[in-house]
Design a protein around this ligand. Structure first.
Ligand SMILES: Nc1nc2c(ncn2[C@@H]2O[C@H](COP(=O)(O)OP(=O)(O)OP(=O)(O)O)[C@@H](O)[C@H]2O)c(=O)[nH]1
Ligand SMILES: [Mg+2]
Length: 739
């Protein structure tokens, strides 16, 4: 029955795309075969102006002329100062334009391969088949075979029969073919019937709750209650009727459903596979739950048995005395949501306290109760100094609600204290150089010529030696700021700064802040965005920072796959883990199982510090192979590309032992772009990709970034989003089955 129409002929332009592709790849990179297309390493796009103009947002997206998508998502071209300089002023190509260019380049590749690829509407794909027997139809015979589809996509002869369980994930998700033959309203109705008709629901015996198969009336009760387990699939579950907690057998709680339902057997102690010796309503809770309870300061030493009720109140067994309410605390709700533990809807929480503020969490957070699963978690990791905080702050400045006044107050304090710390470091080094130097002229350079400054310096050094600097500063800053300014401008300190900066004993931002010491010391000082970005030490001391945002969306992938891109409302949680004390990082990791993406930062300029590069590599390896991230896409962000471009011209990459076989190609032309840095970036990226694939069998995505540059960070996040969409789409396609 299934028949494909002959594909539409595409004018053959085989060399054009090859040429285009070559321009996008770094010098010397081999041109991939059609079936090997791999855009998972992001390179700078320096090709011709777009040959494809994306339509305005609200017009319909033209149908792509290919069925086979390239296997991997195209990279966005990260910003590179050289390339943006070389772009003419009329060239307003944005990242997403580039992205669409790449897509459409990919599409021409796909349609060039001997006509194998054809119009998506014409070729039979299993997502256009019957959900019962799998028979596939083309656009001409679909309506004949399926009629008005009262139970969704089923052959007329299959109507009334239960669906093939392998197709459950695609129920209610329209195929592209259906959208082409039916009106929007028609598609909506068919999908509603497919999702909701009786014949397509799971059968009672397929649902096992607390060790017992459900009966028909129990399944009705379960699905008909106020808070049912949405999207219920066949399987084994546990259910705690007192608290409403629900989960897969042997796993942590997954959601909270209505309590007091009379379904399934009795809750077993080992239902969720916990081994904590702490019991909640008779179930031994999991490690993750215990950790959340501890973070929430609920006392539960080993051996505790307690009861938790649906409204969140709890008491110890046999004591008849409510000890508190776990859901009432914003911090518990926040932490639970962060670790993918369920949170009840607000209506269920007994008198939530309005004034409950979170101290460890930077921003008051109210999880989206109805759509908990829509939150994508991005985990940001890397060694100290790899650029994590800067990327985190950028994301917060670009997408989130900036910083609250409370946070600003803290940042202001941090900036002012930092300034005095920098000054202290300089004073110590000045003294040191003066004392250690045999060279009389150097000693002369290092002397203070102003007695007042010299006295003040002695006093400051004394305070520092006694650890008392925080007692006086920044409170005393206003009074002393002219003196500090004088010290900073003193030739001896300027000379010291030059020397210690070279040795990387003081960060380059010291200068940025010290130059403005009078302004920054003021009471009225309000940190500028730039100040926040450059300030060190703004991450909370508990090692974890989290911000939530969503960003306006124009994704090529979702546009092609779904004309109403639902992903637009997706929320993102960016979670930064400090690497200070890697042991602690690993302890945290367990709580972020299967995040939507892992973002690992490595500073490109560390290549001349062999040990540091190796330390980064080993940390990367440990994270990459961590059991928690088996299912998560992994992105390597190579940071500080701007500094790398300068450095690579002075220090060869081969000084790092691991990179000693790097052989840059001589470039043909001396254009303004920096081919050496690009080649080196590409080489390093490939090195990590090979290692990652050999360790995990998965693909590593690589991108370069300049964290201090807003646009570069924005592009990196857009790339991450495309990766997640892409991988999700691939998983969905795999669920649906091979085409
Ligand atoms: N020029 C340049 N500087 C960068 C870039 N990324 C980070 N930096 C600077 O490098 C320093 C370290 O960056 P952070 O963001 O604090 O690094 P981190 O990974 O958070 O490190 P810790 O705070 O020590 O854990 C800061 O001074 C940043 O401003 C970049 O892409 N280009
Ligand atoms: Mg930091």
């Amino acid at each position: 029955m299934a028949a494909a129409e002959p594909p539409e002929q595409e004018p053959a332009t085989p060399n054009l795309w090859a040429e285009l592709l070559r321009k996008m790849l770094p010098e010397g990179a081999p041109l991939p075969d059609d079936d090997q297309l791999d855009y998972s390493i992001s390179v700078n796009y320096a090709g011709p102006p777009p040959f494809y103009n994306p339509p305005p947002l609200n017009s319909t997206f033209p149908k792509p002329k290919f069925t086979t998508f390239p296997k991997y998502p195209p990279s966005l071209s990260p910003r590179n100062p050289a390339s943006s300089k070389s772009a003419s002023s009329s060239d307003t190509t944005t990242t997403s334009d580039n992205y669409i260019k790449l897509l459409s380049a990919a599409s021409s590749i796909a349609s060039d391969d001997g006509g194998a690829a054809s119009d998506p509407g014409n070729s039979p794909r299993s997502d256009q088949g019957c959900v019962v027997c799998g028979a596939e139809y083309c656009k001409k015979c679909l309506l004949k075979a399926m009629g008005s589809m009262p139970e969704g996509r089923k052959c007329i002869t299959c109507i009334g029969n239960p669906i093939d369980e392998a197709n459950r994930a695609k129920l209610g998700k329209p195929s592209r073919l259906l959208k082409r033959i039916c009106s929007q309203l028609g598609v909506k109705q068919i999908m509603e019937m497919e999702r909701e008709c009786r014949a397509n629901q799971v059968m009672p015996r397929q649902i096992i709750v607390n060790g017992r198969e459900l009966r028909e009336d129990e399944l009705d009760e379960l699905l008909g209650c106020k808070l049912p387990p949405k999207g219920l699939k066949p399987g084994r579950f546990w259910y705690d009727e007192d608290s409403g907690l629900w989960g897969k057998e042997g796993e942590k709680p997954e959601r909270i459903i209505s309590s007091k339902l009379d379904v399934g057997g009795k809750l077993q102690t080992g239902a969720s596979g916990g081994n904590t010796r702490v019991y909640m309503n008779g179930r031994e809770i999991t490690k993750l739950e215990l950790r959340v309870l501890k973070l929430a300061k609920v006392q539960c030493p080993s051996g505790t048995h307690f009861w938790l009720y649906e409204d969140g109140s709890y008491e110890e067994e046999g004591q008849n005395n409510i000890k508190g309410n776990i859901w009432e605390k914003v911090s518990v709700r926040f932490i639970s949501s962060l670790f993918s533990l369920p949170v009840p809807p607000p209506s269920q929480i007994a008198n939530p306290k309005k004034k409950d503020r979170v101290s460890v969490i930077p921003r008051l957070f109210s999880p989206d109760y109805s759509e908990q699963n829509r939150v994508r978690k991005l985990l940001l990791l890397g060694l100290d100094g790899s650029g994590k905080s800067t990327i985190y702050k950028q994301a917060k400045l670009i997408y989130a609600n900036k910083f609250s006044s409370e946070e600003m107050q803290k940042i202001k304090h941090v900036i002012q204290s930092n300034m005095y710390r920098y000054l202290g470091t300089l004073l110590e080094w000045r003294e040191h150089i003066e004392e250690e130097s045999f060279d009389r002229s150097v000693r002369g350079e290092m002397e203070f010529n102003n007695q007042k400054i010299s006295d003040f310096s002695d006093w400051l050094l004394n305070l520092m030696a006694n650890g008392e600097i925080d007692i006086y500063f920044p409170a005393a800053a206003r009074e002393y700021s002219p003196l500090v300014h004088g010290i900073w401008k003193d030739p001896s300190i300027q000379e010291t700064y030059k020397r210690v900066k070279q040795l990387q004993l003081i960060p380059d931002v010291a200068e940025y802040f010290l130059n403005r010491v009078i302004e920054i010391s003021r009471n009225e000082y309000e940190p500028l965005e730039e100040d926040i970005l450059l300030a060190e030490g703004t991450t909370p001391s508990n090692g974890i920072a989290c911000t939530e945002f969503s960003f306006e969306y124009h994704s090529a992938v979702s546009q092609i796959y779904d004309e109403n891109p639902k992903i637009q409302q997706t929320k993102y949680q960016l979670i930064q883990l400090s690497s200070k004390g890697q042991n602690r990082t690993f302890k945290w990791l367990e709580m972020f199982e299967n995040t939507s993406a892992v973002i690992f930062c490595i500073s490109l300029i560390d290549y001349d510090q062999h040990d540091k590069m190796i330390e980064s590599r080993d940390f990367f390896k440990a994270i990459a192979t961590h059991s928690c991230f088996v299912g998560s896409p992994f992105l390597l962000l190579l940071t500080k590309y701007d500094l790398f471009e300068d450095k690579i011209e002075k220090v060869p990459l081969t000084v790092c032992d691991w990179f000693r076989d790097f052989k840059p190609l001589k470039t043909r032309n001396h254009s303004s772009k920096s081919p050496l840095a690009q080649q080196a970036f590409y080489y390093i990226g490939m090195k990590f990709k090979k290692m990652y694939t050999s360790l995990t069998g998965k693909k590593l995505y690589v991108n370069q970034i300049q964290a201090r540059d807003r646009k570069s960070v924005d592009e990196a996040f857009r790339y991450i989003r495309e990766i997640i969409d892409w991988e999700e789409q691939q998983r969905e396609d795999e669920d649906i089955g091979p085409s």
